[in-house]
Design a protein around this ligand. Structure first.
Ligand SMILES: [Zn+2]
Length: 450
């Protein structure tokens, strides 16, 4: 028997043993590799920031680095640039090792766990169980927020460039149809406002390309098989609608919004979104999310005839058909008739009262009228729902709400904004998550070329 130590082990124990040995070998190899690197203590170290001369303060400074093959200890020179104050270890810079914190591939795992798990506690558990990375929930939070801050900073630079008139490169293939869709959600933040509320609005936008799928004869929305989203990409923020508008414009331009043969904007009929669309996507055809429109009809039917009564169900069905057939005059007329029957709302009447609901929805259907030409939309083969954005709002929002209530929605504080940037990067389907990490691991060009 060649392996007396392991003769009584089962397969799981064998795998664990071999894995552990493999990791020890990998660590030993890495240590040798790093110890032999000529860039540990270069003869003429240069400052990457100002190309000045770097003054080495310590030639053998010890660093422990958390990597995917465990903790690696190594020695490297460490210096400061007297001209610009930049402090750096040339070896770290040359290898693309972050100046603090774990290595890039570990940061990728931490960030991935943070955006996919429901809370930082669960993310920490997943990291421990799957990758042997032992971090507290708080450490997971701090690391992923710091990464999100980098992602948000890259995005902010793009937006700034665009606002100054910089050109955004579109895709190589012109999409037949580009769809912009946006929605807002509510996120609980730690900040207590003066009125005691601590809710802020997050905004999520999704852009996708699609091939139109004409289906003019579809009898109802359930049977309608319009264009399906192909590649979806996202932008999400806690910043005001105006800022979000620029952000989503950049995203849309990247996806070929300018060149696309058809441009659509799908959303619910909220006032904030209406202004948003007119300001930032005026060229796009507006489509009011079918499901929101129908929800309003349902609200009207209950307001007029009570919850789940035969009359209410019959009225709702009739209105839904009218809406589907594009008979907006019929729909608005019918709501108006019920509104007159139950009476106009009193001043300061409760916003959930039947009178208020019916009165308000006359406005809703009148103001969003242009977005409800459903017969045309299905003849063109366009999508009629904003589910892609709403799904992301729900998913990102759950991610934010599911954690502790430490989100600080604004400015300098770390939290929601950083996590939203990271979530949007991760959820985008054009491969940008992998691309981001590939670039992140790259050393600066100057060291690389040597
Ligand atoms: Zn310098």
């Amino acid at each position: 028997m060649r392996y007396p130590m392991t003769k009584d082990m089962n397969m799981a124990e064998l795998v664990a043993r071999v894995e552990e040995s493999g990791q020890r070998i990998a660590q030993a190899l890495m240590k040798i590799r790093l110890a032999e690197d000529p860039r540990i203590d270069p003869a003429e170290p240069m400052c990457r920031q100002c190309q000045g001369k770097l003054r080495i303060q310590e030639h053998e400074q010890r660093r422990m680095l958390s990597t995917a093959i465990g903790e690696i200890e190594y020695l490297r020179a460490y210096g400061v640039c007297d001209r610009c104050g930049h402090t750096v270890a040339p070896l770290d810079e040359a290898l693309g090792i972050p100046s603090f914190g774990p290595s890039v591939e570990v940061m990728q795992k931490i960030s991935h766990a943070a955006v996919t798990a429901r809370s930082f506690e669960l993310a920490a558990e997943v990291l421990k169980e799957h990758s042997g990375i032992g971090l507290s929930a708080k450490q997971v939070r701090l690391n992923s927020e710091a990464e999100g801050e980098r992602v948000a900073a890259v995005r902010a630079r793009e937006v700034e460039l665009f606002r100054k008139g910089g050109k955004i490169e579109g895709p190589s293939a012109v999409p037949a149809l580009i769809v912009v869709t946006a929605d807002g959600g509510r996120v609980q933040t730690r900040q207590e406002d003066d009125d005691g509320g601590c809710w802020k609005e997050d905004k999520v936008g999704a852009i996708y390309d699609a091939n139109p799928h004409k289906d003019p004869a579809a009898r109802d929305a359930e049977k309608y098989d319009g264009a399906k989203a192909r590649t979806k990409t996202f932008a999400a923020t806690m910043q005001p609608w105006e800022e979000f508008g620029w952000m989503l414009c950049v995203e849309a331009y990247k996806r070929g919004y300018v060149e696309a043969k058809e441009k659509l904007f799908i959303s619910d009929g909220a006032q904030s979104l209406r202004t948003f669309r007119q300001d930032h996507f005026p060229e796009a055809t507006f489509i009011l999310d079918w499901y929101h429109a129908v929800e309003h009809l349902s609200g009207c039917s209950k307001a007029a005839f009570g919850e789940a009564t035969d009359e209410s169900v019959a009225w709702y069905k009739r209105m839904k058909t009218k809406l589907w057939m594009g008979d907006l005059d019929g729909v608005i007329g019918a709501i108006d008739k019920e509104s007159n029957r139950v009476g106009k709302p009193q001043p300061k009447e409760n916003s959930g009262s039947p009178r208020v609901i019916l009165h308000r929805d006359i406005g809703y259907f009148s103001e969003n009228r242009e977005g409800m030409d459903y017969p045309r939309f299905r003849a063109e083969g366009w999508p009629i729902g904003s589910g892609v954005a709403e799904g992301a709002v729900k998913q990102f929002g759950m991610r934010l709400k599911g954690s502790e209530k430490f989100w600080n929605g604004f400015g300098f504080g770390l939290g929601a904004e950083e996590m939203l940037a990271l979530c949007a990067l991760h959820r985008s389907e054009d491969g940008r998550w992998q691309e981001y990490w590939r670039k992140r691991a790259q050393p600066s060009a100057r060291h690389n070329s040597r």
